[in-house]
Design a protein around this ligand. Structure first.
Ligand code: NAD
Length: 380
């Protein structure tokens, strides 16, 4: 079966869905791979490297898609590309299916099996297929580099002949995958790091990275722990207590990196304008939740705001900023996921009872198969 890898078209995207190492794995599994010309260039991979790994290079997306049984991409393909796919094609990509309803309808109508990388269940067995985690790791790292670049100070303590420099202080809000990587990166750069999360279970992980955990009221801690390791929304009363806790810590911080998210909800507000005003001029906030509403009241998604002398960055798609390793990790995730439904000699054996493939599949055989996506479609 022919597997097509598309060149990404999203503005600012530099990742590619499959790297040459992934091509070799798919060939070994009995599949053929065709890569659209230039697909890997922004991730420093030439067409020649793909050819050397055993792939065929096609001049255009339409050429790559012709007769393909499977299509791989990072961002959801355009409706035009979907129109170029044949009935029964399997599309594996981030699809944002809960909001991208037009695409879901188009996939169902064209009888394309859509497998959404963001719906891979976060169970232990599927960790190596979890692209949300791999890309959040990249974003957490990059967020600290951005903050360091915008801060008019050093991060580490320096003892020099020209005097002693005190280390910068960083506060990381939300200690999930991105937050933990941000903590580790800020520590490596020598900052003093504080962190907070509503899930008290992460205290130990935060401390093992050399950061201090802000202790919340026991009630906030009891309320924040949701299902499956995720957070749940706090009541207005507990949220108020959290804001009081953060207001007490933020004024003394040079860097604040916010990563707090609640699955399926607008991101919680954690940094108010008064808190921004309380910070020293020159301080930097990087809001990783900017695409889902933002954790800071002043964040503008995709822009940098200067308010009260503080720079507030609302970056989008940070993972695209480290395209080589982000692509390598995504490619590994996708190859492992594909191996769940490729049998002997590259035969497709899609089993909706499979505990990873079933929940990740959005459309199959002309139907929308995922319940949450069905609900989102009826509501739209
Ligand atoms: P996420 O992006 O949904 O949220 C980021 C963090 O924000 C979470 O740690 C959450 O607790 C925190 N948060 C939410 N509301 C907050 C608030 N009001 N104040 C402060 N913090 C708040 O989460 P994520 O990084 O995708 O993952 C969260 C957890 O899911 C992980 O830490 C882990 O336990 C679990 N997980 C499991 C697997 C697996 O087993 N395969 C993979 C990934 C994640």
């Amino acid at each position: 079966m022919k597997v097509a890898v598309l060149k990404e078209t999203r503005l600012g995207e530099r990742r590619v869905a499959l790297v040459p190492m992934g091509v070799k794995s798919l060939l070994k599994a009995g599949l053929d791979v065709t890569v659209q010309a230039g697909a890997g260039l922004a991730a420093s991979i030439s067409d020649q490297e793909y050819e050397e790994a055993g792939a065929t290079v096609a001049a255009t997306a339409a050429d790559a898609l012709r007769d393909a049984g499977m299509v791989l991409s990072v961002n959801a393909p355009s409706l035009e590309d979907v129109a170029g796919m044949s009935e029964g094609t399997i599309l594996v990509s981030f699809l944002t299916p809960l909001t991208h309803t037009e695409l879901v309808r188009a996939l169902a109508e064209a009888k394309i099996t859509g497998i959404a990388m963001e719906l891979v269940p976060r169970i232990t067995r599927a960790q190596s297929m979890d692209a949300l985690s791999s890309q959040a790791t990249v974003a957490g790292y990059k967020a600290v580099l951005l903050a360091a670049d915008h801060l008019p100070k050093f991060l580490p303590m320096l003892t020099t002949a020209a005097g002693t420099i005190r280390p910068a202080k960083a506060l990381i809000l939300g200690a999930g995958v991105a937050g933990l990587q941000a903590i580790a990166t800020a520590r490596r750069l020598g900052a003093v790091v504080l962190a907070f999360d509503v899930r008290p279970a992460v205290k130990e992980q935060v401390e093992s990275l050399g950061a201090s955990f802000l202790e919340a009221d026991a009630e906030v801690a009891a309320e924040g722990e949701g299902e499956g390791g995720y957070a749940k929304e706090l009541s207005a009363d507990q949220h108020e207590k959290e804001l009081t806790l953060l207001a007490g810590a933020i004024a003394d911080c040079d860097i604040v990196i916010t990563t707090a998210q609640i699955p399926g909800r607008t991101a919680p507000l954690l940094v108010t304008e008064e808190m921004v005003e309380s910070m020293r001029p020159g301080s930097v906030i990087v809001d990783l939740a900017s695409e889902s509403g933002g954790n800071c009241a002043l964040t503008k998604s995709g822009a940098t705001v200067l308010a009260h002398g503080v720079q507030i960055l609302g970056p989008v798609n940070l993972a695209a900023g480290i395209p080589v390793h982000a692509s390598q990790m995504y490619s590994k995730n996708i190859v492992t996921l594909i191996s769940e439904f490729i049998g002997e000699e590259g035969r497709v054996e899609l089993d909706m009872e499979n505990d990873v493939v079933g929940p990740s599949t959005v459309t199959h055989d002309g139907q929308v198969t995922n319940e949450r996506v069905q609900n989102a479609l009826s509501a739209s």
